[in-house]
Design a protein around this ligand. Structure first.
Ligand code: GLY
Length: 208
């Protein structure tokens, strides 16, 4: 999958991982962006939520914060795989920044961004998203995944959402929050809200 080991490569053959977690009871969220030395960025995101006054930490600051709280430092090349490197070469040849599940991976077995949503026995919701981003992205590029409301959102009043796709468009449409808002303010069902966002609003801006 495109998170942790198996993350895609940036243009410069590095890995920059993003992750977010959100709690639908409290609307608390935590996220990290552009980290390359944390094995499980989503655990660091949770740490930001639970042990800092902030929502999003980036790069070295995020890593230092995680190390200070006992997380292990790993070598960035831990995340590299041959398949992902081949994807980078292909994306370079095509001159494109590509989705993590673009060719040559099997269309029927897409190994993209990792998302999870959960509901407990009493109906509390939570969401988490973790990704290496898009193949051949510029170093420093941050996608939708670590941004609450864009690639990750949970609210007990509506829905828990984790997104995968062309991050820039999910950021511009606040896709995860938009699904929640359509349910909360327009009383759309979950399916109707997802269809509006995924089949209409994202494609209208070139998103997938
Ligand atoms: N949706 C993942 C990314 O664009 O980084």
């Amino acid at each position: 999958f495109n998170a942790g080991i198996g993350s895609v490569f940036t243009r410069d053959e590095t890995h920059e991982l993003d992750a977010c977690v959100m709690d639908g009871i409290t609307l608390k969220a935590g996220a990290v962006a552009g980290v390359s030395r944390l094995r499980n960025p989503v655990l660091a995101a949770r740490l930001v939520m639970e042990a800092s006054p902030h929502v999003l930490l980036m790069g070295e600051g995020a890593e230092t914060f995680a190390f200070e709280h006992g997380m292990e430092s790993v070598s960035p090349d831990l995340f590299s795989t041959e398949v992902r490197y081949q994807q980078l070469l292909d994306a370079r040849t095509a001159g494109k920044t590509q989705l993590d599940h673009a060719a040559p991976l099997d269309e029927r077995h897409k190994m993209g961004t990792v998302g999870a949503v959960a509901m407990d026995l009493t109906g509390n919701l939570a969401a988490a998203t973790s990704t290496g981003g898009m193949t051949n992205k510029l170093p420093g590029r941050v996608g939708d995944s670590p941004l609450p409301g864009a690639g990750c959102y949970a609210n007990n009043a509506s829905v828990a959402v984790s997104c995968t796709g062309t991050g820039e468009v999910f950021m511009r449409t606040l896709a995860a929050y938009d699904i929640s808002a359509l349910m909360e303010y327009s009383q759309l069902s979950l399916q109707e809200a997802c269809e509006r966002v995924v089949m209409e609003k994202l494609p209208a801006l070139g998103g997938s």
